[in-house]
Design a protein around this ligand. Structure first.
Ligand SMILES: [Zn+2]
Length: 320
């Protein structure tokens, strides 16, 4: 095995589908006995290294890309293997996890699942933006974040966020989306990054030495980040803050971006319609109708209690 894979995703824009399909040669293959994700059972997967890859390995809070490695034999037979997981090891090699081994030296075409990449890049870029807006509008720093299949959250080092503050930050984020500001990744030497830190342009730096990747959201912020981003803030599509809850280190804000936000809003509205149909009111009148039902329930409970008491006094022996 020679040098580690070239990272094609570093310079590729998420919207550029051509950058998600690439030619490469397999440089190393090994069998890995791995504890499977949810079941905890051991499973055997093959790990494949390539001379170049557009697959993003998990890192910086962003999950890995999935997709296909496609090999064509001399006979013309096409073999497609699914890339289930992608991870980077300590030496910086990127390993693609597959269920069928492909021999070293095989030329392949790699295809990154474009929908998954776009979704993850939208949520990840949205996280940069939302954190920047919380800092700008409320002076609230992000201390950690999580990007999952169902929810995206950031934790803020603040005691409280009011509903009004939340909507102000959400509006500010959506305004930057409307402005369609460029996302510009570039590589800088550590000294330059440290100078940016001391000028206050960067909030923090990773500990490792050497060159690092700085991603600029034009006119908004710089961030030391190796993740995948959309080309410009417009491609985040829209940002919806869903809820806030108190956690140990402060406040946890759940949000979603782009198509996820559209789907989440659609699901929420479907639930409201379902409830409205049950109670025979429109979505806008649901709260009033439910409050009325709760009042009725309380009044009925009171009435039952007093009737029971009345019956007991008459000595008819109502058992409870
Ligand atoms: Zn990033």
């Amino acid at each position: 095995m020679g040098s580690v894979a070239d990272r094609l995703y570093y310079d590729a824009a998420a919207g550029d589908v051509a950058a998600l399909e690439f030619r490469a040669v397999i440089t190393d293959v090994r069998l890995d006995s791995h504890a499977a994700g949810e079941s905890g059972q051991k499973e055997q997967l093959w790990q494949v290294a390539l001379d170049r890859t557009a697959f993003y390995p998990a890192g910086g809070g962003q999950p890995w890309d999935t997709g296909l490695l496609v090999a064509t034999a001399k006979s013309g037979t096409v073999l497609e293997v699914v890339v289930e997981r992608v991870e980077e090891d300590e030496a910086g090699e990127v390993w693609h996890y597959v269920r069928k081994p492909l021999p070293e030296g095989t030329e392949i075409v790699g295809r990154v699942d474009a929908d998954r990449r776009m979704d993850l890049a939208q949520q990840h870029t949205g996280q940069h933006l939302l954190s920047a807006m919380f800092l700008r509008e409320l002076g609230a720093a992000t201390v950690s974040f999580h990007l999952g299949a169902d929810s995206v959250t950031i934790d803020l080092a603040v005691e409280k966020v009011s509903e009004e503050e939340l909507r102000r930050v959400e509006a500010a984020a959506n305004h930057v989306i409307y402005e369609d500001r460029a996302m510009r990744p570039r590589w800088v030497e550590r000294e330059e990054a440290e100078a940016m830190l001391s000028r206050g342009e960067l909030r923090k730096l990773p500990e490792r030495a050497g060159r690092m990747r700085i991603v600029e959201m034009e006119g908004v912020e710089f961030n030391a980040c190796g993740g995948t981003h959309v080309e410009s803030t417009g491609a985040i599509g829209g940002l919806l803050v869903r809820r806030v809850e108190k956690v140990k280190q402060g406040q946890r804000v759940e949000f979603c971006c782009g198509l996820r936000a559209v789907r989440a809003a659609g699901r929420d509205y479907a639930r409201l319609r379902e409830l409205g149909a049950l109670l025979s009111v429109g979505a806008g009148d649901l709260a009033g109708r439910v409050a009325g039902l709760i009042e009725d329930k309380k009044a009925n409970a009171k009435r039952i209690k007093s009737l029971e008491k009345e019956l007991a006094q008459k000595g008819t022996g109502v058992s409870s």
